[in-house]
Design a protein around this ligand. Structure first.
Ligand code: BEZ
Ligand code: FE
Length: 291
C-alpha cells in the first residue's frame, strides 16, 4: 500500500476498515470516508481551509458542556438534525409528523393535572405574555381517543428564553400531562415567541458568515407517547410567525402549524379561568401503532 493516488487513498482507508466486526459500523464509516475524500477532492481543499475546519470543530468541542451542545447546534444549522429526524420517523399520511428535539428538553418536568397554569411564577416585567389556552387530544390514526397518554411540553417564556438558560435553571414553562378518558389534555400558557439560537460560539460565526438571522419561529415543543404506539417528538408552531419559512434549523412542517385564535367571549374566559380576551389553540396528536 504505497504510492497511493488521490483517487486510491479513500479505497485504501476503506480496505483497512474491513476489520471492523460490526457490519453496520463498517458500512457507515466506509461511506463517511468515501464522502469526506470525495468532498476534499471536489473542492481541492487547501491546507488553510482544512486547518480552519479543524479549528472550528475544536472550538465547538471546547465551548460544549453539560448544558451547552455546540456540535448538535452545528448539526442543526446544517440541516443534518432535520434530515436524520426525517429518515428515522417516516409516518403514514395523517399521523403527526415529528421534528427536531432541540437542546432544551430536560427530564423530570412536573406532572401537572389538566387545566394547570404554566404561566404561574413567570416574570413578565420585560415582556408581557399573551395568555393562551391549549386544547388537544391524543388519537389513533382512526381518530379513536388514547386515554392516559403522556404529553410533555416545553417552551420559551415571553422573554424569549428557556428556563434552563437562567443561571439557577428553576423549572418554568414545562410540564407533563396525561390525557383523560376522551384522550384530551389542556392547559394555560403564554403564546411561545420566536427566539435566536445561541450565537456566542463558532456556530454563531458560521451564521454571521451566511448572513442568517439565527432565529427559530415560535413553537411549543411536545412529546406524545402511549404504550403500544410510537412516541412522537414534535413542535406546535403558531401560524403567521415571520420565521416559519426561514427557520435556522429547517424544522418547520406545514402539518405542525396551528392557528392561535383570539377568544373574546368573557363567559368563555371566566369558564376557563382566563383573562379576556385570550388566545386558544387546538392541536391533536395522531400516533402510529408500534410495529
Ligand atoms: C429548539 O427548538 O429548542 C432548538 C432547536 C435547535 C437549535 C436550537 C434550539
Ligand atoms: Fe425550541
Amino acid at each position: 500500500m504505497r504510492d497511493l493516488t488521490e483517487e486510491r487513498l479513500a479505497d485504501a482507508v476503506v480496505e483497512r476498515l474491513a476489520n471492523i466486526p460490526d457490519a453496520r459500523a463498517r458500512r457507515v464509516l466506509s461511506a463517511l470516508v468515501q464522502h469526506l475524500h470525495a468532498f476534499a477532492r471536489e473542492v481541492e481543499l487547501t491546507e488553510a481551509e482544512w486547518k480552519l475546519g479543524i479549528q472550528f470543530l475544536t472550538e465547538a468541542g471546547q465551548i460544549s458542556s453539560g448544558t451547552r451542545q455546540e456540535v448538535i447546534l452545528l448539526s442543526d444549522v446544517l440541516g443534518l438534525s432535520a434530515l436524520v429526524d426525517s429518515i428515522n420517523h417516516r409516518v403514514p399520511q395523517g399521523a403527526t409528523e415529528s421534528t427536531v428535539l432541540g437542546p432544551f428538553f430536560v427530564e423530570g418536568a412536573p406532572n401537572l393535572p389538566n387545566g394547570a397554569d404554566l404561566t404561574e411564577g413567570v416574570d413578565t416585567s420585560t415582556a408581557p405574555g399573551e395568555p393562551t389556552w391549549v386544547n388537544g387530544r391524543v388519537l389513533t390514526l382512526d381518530g379513536a381517543p388514547i386515554a392516559d397518554a403522556a404529553v410533555d411540553v416545553w417552551q420559551t417564556r415571553p422573554d424569549a428564553l428557556y428556563d434552563v438558560q437562567d443561571d439557577d435553571h428553576a423549572m418554568q414553562m414545562r410540564a407533563q400531562f396525561r390525557t383523560d378518558a376522551e384522550g384530551r389534555f389542556f392547559f394555560k400558557t403564554y403564546k411561545p415567541v420566536s427566539y435566536p439560537v445561541p450565537k456566542d460560539g463558532p456556530v454563531g460565526g458560521l451564521l454571521d458568515l451566511i448572513g442568517g438571522h439565527g432565529m427559530r419561529p415560535a413553537h411549543i415543543h411536545a412529546i406524545a407517547s402511549a404504550p403500544g404506539y410510537r412516541r412522537v417528538v414534535t413542535h406546535i408552531f403558531p401560524a403567521g410567525d415571520e420565521y416559519l419559512d426561514s427557520d435556522t434549523v429547517f424544522a418547520v412542517k406545514d402539518s405542525l402549524v396551528a392557528d392561535f385564535r383570539e377568544v373574546t367571549s368573557a363567559e368563555e374566559a371566566a369558564r376557563l379561568g382566563m383573562p379576556s380576551p385570550f388566545l386558544e389553540v387546538d392541536f391533536d396528536f395522531r400516533l402510529v401503532p408500534q410495529a
